[in-house]
Design a protein around this ligand. Structure first.
Ligand code: BDR
Ligand code: CA
Length: 356
């Protein structure tokens, strides 16, 4: 008999978003993942559209039971800037999904994060795939949050590589740098998460951050989509040969969704990044939260620039330790992208096969 392993309870905060939606599918497809709830942040699209996309994707994956909550609809101190050129006008590229039918939670996202962390102290891993607005509000409300969580895994920042929004800034941090700064400080050694906060029974851990340095190594190419579709038993556009219509009109809904969403994302990358494919930042972060061996990290001191003329939103990283501060973030410096891509194809392909 196979030994049953305890599942890893995961709270996802996202701004769904094409790659966010792939991360949600990966979470649902991962047997070791207990998807506790999903909180929505304004980012790639406005918060209401994020909540709509998130629920529609979870329904597509057969998970109408997962609680989905909405949070603040703007960054803490700035106007919201969205990304229609990257993710499409509704955030899911060319894909069309049926309107979501599952209810939206009555809880406000920052409250949900705090309440769930208090309910299961030291157990939850919070994975953020979006601007850090909800987490900043949560930690302002509950300064003990860094101790109440088991881990915080962040997709955000650009630590040793170029930015993707301004020359040195990554999108999630760029949208709400004030929130990013609050989170990095609160979870750092001088915040409540650190030793300065005293010796408590549940030890805090440094957040892990996956920036563009590693997430741009996770590249979804057309051949990956073809392999995933083959695993699901259909063509790369989702059509199923010999379906009831015999004209190929039967489709696998998950593969069709991936094909339509990714076509938009790949066209964007071909215009701006020089290859026909897509960086899948958020799924790598989710996968690394479930399996930390997918990345190698270095403990460093990171601060967020708020007052730069050219650099606001930059994650300024003290690689040479000139500040002399204790580290506040484990920054991912290497990722096993081959192992990750194989796993993504297998898991999401099997999920799709089961939903055909
Ligand atoms: C991040 O920005 C968003 O557009 C993506 O969903 C990802 O979370 C990458 O910079
Ligand atoms: Ca995202």
């Amino acid at each position: 008999m196979k030994e049953a392993h305890a599942r890893i309870p995961i709270l996802v905060d996202c701004d769904t978003g094409i790659d966010d939606s792939l991360a949600l599918l990966y979470a649902v497809a991962s047997p070791e993942c207990e998807l506790v709830a999903v909180t929505c942040t304004a980012g790639n699209v406005d918060a209401l559209q994020v909540a709509e996309n998130t629920r529609a994707v979870l329904e597509l994956a057969g998970r109408c039971d997962v609680e989905v909550a909405i949070g603040r609809e703007t960054p803490l101190a700035r106007a919201l800037v969205t990304t229609p050129e990257t993710h499409g006008p509704r955030g899911i590229g060319y894909a069309e999904l049926p309107p979501a039918t599952m209810p939206l939670s009555a809880r406000y996202s920052p409250d949900l994060i705090v309440e769930e962390a208090r309910r299961r102290p030291g157990e939850l891993t919070l994975v953020t795939l979006a601007p850090l607005t909800n987490v900043a509000l949560a930690v302002l409300r509950e300064p003990e949050l860094p101790r109440l969580l088991r881990r915080l895994v962040i997709m955000g920042g650009s630590y040793r590589s170029a930015g993707n929004t301004a020359p040195t800034t990554e999108w999630n941090v760029n949208v709400d740098p004030e929130s990013a700064k609050i989170v990095f400080e609160a979870f750092g050694p001088t915040g409540k998460g650190g030793p300065a906060a005293g010796d408590r029974s549940i030890a805090p851990t440094r957040p892990t951050a996956l920036g563009l340095d590693v997430t741009e190594r996770a590249r979804m190419l057309p051949e990956h989509l073809a392999a995933l579709a083959a695993r699901a038993g259909c063509a790369p556009d989702g059509s199923v040969a010999g379906g009831p219509s015999a004209g190929g009109s039967a489709v696998n809904p998950i593969v069709r969704y991936l094909a339509d969403a990714l076509r938009f994302y790949m066209e964007f990358h071909s215009r701006y990044d020089g290859f026909y494919g897509a960086f899948i930042h958020d799924p790598l972060a989710l996968a690394a939260a479930l399996d930390p061996t997918l990345v190698r990290t270095e403990a460093v001191s990171v601060d967020v620039e708020l007052g730069g003329r050219l650099t606001t939103g930059e994650t300024v990283t003290d690689w040479r330790r000139v500040w002399g501060h204790p580290p506040n973030v484990d920054v991912a410096v290497e990722a096993d992208s081959g192992r990750f891509m194989d796993r993504f194809i297998e898991r999401v392909g099997d999920l799709a096969a089961g939903r055909s």
